[in-house]
Write a protein that binds this ligand. Structure first.
Ligand code: 0X9
Ligand code: ZN
Length: 460
């Protein structure tokens, strides 16, 4: 166990008191002097204690040899830590940064092991509790606060309230659709934004598959609000809404999200229980029927990438899959919002094979990435999932693609690891604007392609 300075300060107190008793016969002036010194000393010790206090931290670790890779894998699985990047220890490799959440009580052991094996590491984030406090502080009720509702993270309760309120306030534009319910029986609501009715094609956006990626649901709220506020004000969103209905599922994994607010900020999976294991939850983005549970997923319920008992075993993925199946001829563009690492990914992630329209998808993602660079000076990698990050079967984007939705993307929003999942609220606005620009760029291209394919000149 680490020695904490505040404890040392307490043990020193009697010594100072004894000293004080011995000098009690001396003049009052000396007593005052001693008192002042005592207070100064206590303050100093307390300060020192504060400086060296060990917090929950994020370490960036770069193993450089196979042996070091083995040690880091061992640390991430055998000690009380949480992998941020990569998502599972099977992806840890030489010369690639590992982002590891290390709680204060494991700090000394983990750092000791790293030092003992000469493994390079640095503290990426000190005091994650402070960042979590910043993310959960909600000053929307404070009239002096200048940040808007959409520049803050919200509890599950507030998100449900927002869904109802938004639908109530825009009865002609927004309809709520109950897709199903979560394992713990919470409703899964999608909002349908529909302007000027008629039988339009549609865009689908889901957020919050992974519980700890809080910027994701924040984006869905941002997108809906932007659509309502800027229709007829901004040309791009007007074009999207004139040509497409938009389905937005702000929270696909409510049970997991609630758990990140109440119990474990680093939780990723759903919260289903399994008869054969004490471990909880399924990675919903490994539970779809796209090369389900092959390399890049795990059949161990304790793994962060547990694929579940069978495809769509989870009520959350089943509800989404059922809805998409029912609308497969309408939905043209599928978007799934995640974090972090700043990437625009498209199928396939479940195989290294290229999708049939790979080049088309590549051009779209490239265009979106270029626009983000031009307008926001930020870099987003792009490419097919398996080639760009890792093989990850059972994902919603690949499944939607195989269903026939030929424009299918997963966005990984900000950042690239500076704050990771603990992105401060002050960054929400730019993160969401970047993603919004990517949505606009890609939707614009889908709309243009659709128009070109049905115009008389192209069919002549
Ligand atoms: O691994 C994932 O599910 C996604 N990355 S995350 O860090 N947000 O967990 C990437 C998903 C890419 N698409 C598929 N795997 N189908
Ligand atoms: Zn994710």
């Amino acid at each position: 166990m680490e020695e904490h300075l505040p404890q040392e300060a307490i043990t020193q107190q009697p010594n100072i008191n004894t000293q004080f008793e011995r000098t009690s016969v001396i003049r009052t002036g000396s007593i005052m002097k001693a008192l002042v010194i005592w207070f100064l000393l206590m303050g100093h010790l307390a300060k020192m204690g504060h400086c060296t206090e060990i917090h929950d931290q994020i370490l960036s670790i770069t193993p450089t040899t196979p042996e070091q890779v083995g040690i880091v894998k061992n640390i991430s699985t055998q000690y009380e830590t949480a992998l941020w990047q990569p998502v599972d220890d099977q992806y840890i490799q030489e010369e690639t940064q590992v982002h590891l959440f290390v709680p204060a009580n494991s700090s000394a052991t983990v750092k000791g092991l790293l030092q003992q094996h000469n493994i390079a590491h640095e503290v990426l984030l000190d005091n994650t509790n402070h960042l979590i406090e910043m993310q959960t502080r909600n000053d929307s009720t404070d009239p002096r606060s200048s940040t808007s509702f959409y520049e803050q993270y919200h509890s599950l309760e507030d998100i449900y309230y927002w869904i109802n309120r938004t639908a109530q306030d825009h009865p002609n534009t927004i309809k709520t659709i109950l897709l199903g319910s979560s394992f713990e029986k919470r409703p899964l609501y999608a909002l349908k934004i529909s302007l000027n009715s008629e039988n339009k094609k549609a865009l689908w956006i889901d957020c919050g598959i992974h519980a700890r990626e809080w910027i994701s649901p924040a984006f869905c709220l941002w997108f809906v609000q932007y659509s309502l506020a800027f229709y007829k004000q901004n040309q791009d969103i007007t074009d999207i809404l004139d040509n497409m209905d938009v389905y937005v599922l702000p929270m696909m994994n409510p049970d997991g999200y609630l758990y990140t607010w109440t119990t474990n900020r680093m939780w990723r999976k759903s919260r289903s229980i399994h008869p054969s294991s004490y471990c909880v939850g399924v990675d919903l983005n490994r539970n779809f029927d796209a090369n389900w549970c092959t390399e890049g997923a795990s059949n161990d319920p304790c793994s962060e990438i547990y694929c579940g008992a069978f495809p769509e075993s989870e009520p959350e993925s089943e509800a989404v899959a059922n809805f998409l199946r029912s609308k497969k001829d309408t939905i043209q563009l599928y978007l799934s919002i995640h974090a972090y690492s700043q990437m625009l990914l498209f199928p396939y992630s479940c195989t290294l094979d290229e999708a049939q329209n790979h080049n088309e998808l590549l051009e779209m993602a490239q265009d979106a990435s270029r626009n983000i660079r031009r307008y926001y000076r930020n870099t987003y990698k792009y490419g097919a999932g398996a080639q760009t990050i890792y093989l990850a079967p059972g994902g919603s984007d690949d499944w939607a693609y195989n269903l026939g939705i030929k424009y299918s993307f997963t966005f990984e929003l900000q950042d690239r690891g500076r704050y990771g999942f603990l992105l401060p609220p002050s960054h929400i606005s730019q993160a969401c604007n970047e993603a919004l620009l990517a949505v606009k760029t890609i939707a614009r291209r889908v709309i243009d392609k659709t128009k070109a394919s049905i115009s008389p000149s192209s069919t002549a």
